[in-house]
Design a protein around this ligand. Structure first.
Ligand SMILES: [Zn+2]
Length: 167
């Protein structure tokens, strides 16, 4: 399995759950109603619907509504959009990357102090006002070295860039 495939599965699992993955793996060749899927998969219709709408929110499924001539009910005909896989993945990876970049920026622009007992994390200015004493436990506020943490985040950003480039 390629890295991209792995990631799209992780994403589906996180957003649409196990049922979402089962539907994804089903690879239906034609449109199916949620009811048909429910019968084929032996999974409760409400769970199938929930997963389908989660896939829809991600941009990995679309539906068409049609009124059933006999019953008069509206039926949903679903199609899974395998061709959108890369676009969705790129969008999600870029979202994650943006958050990481914001974190790097914030952490490099702000010096923080942390209670030696881990109760609070405050900015330098606030630590000074507190005389470097924790307001909760009276412990010492110590300089928080984020160099290593930032290196790790930068490393992660690099990996994301590599994956995006391979898509
Ligand atoms: Zn403390």
């Amino acid at each position: 399995m390629s890295r991209a495939e792995e990631l799209i599965r992780e994403l589906i699992d996180r957003v649409a759950g196990e049922v979402g993955l089962i539907i994804w793996d089903m690879r239906p060749r034609e449109e199916l109603t949620d009811e048909e899927m429910s019968i084929i998969l032996g999974i409760e219709i409400n769970e199938v619907r929930r997963a389908l709408f989660a896939l829809y929110e991600l941009g990995l499924a679309e539906y068409r509504r049609k009124r059933d001539e006999d019953t008069g009910w509206i039926e949903y005909y679903w199609r899974i959009k395998y061709d959108k896989q890369k676009d969705v993945l790129r969008r999600e990876l870029e979202k994650v990357k943006r958050k990481l970049e914001e974190k790097v920026q914030y952490e490099s622009e702000n010096i923080h102090y942390m209670c030696e007992n881990g109760c609070v994390k405050v900015r330098y200015e606030e630590a000074m006002e507190l005389n470097f004493t924790c307001p909760r436990c009276g412990g010492r506020l110590e300089y928080l070295d984020v160099t290593e943490a930032l290196d790790k985040i930068r490393e992660e950003i690099k990996k994301i860039d590599e994956i995006i480039a391979e898509l």
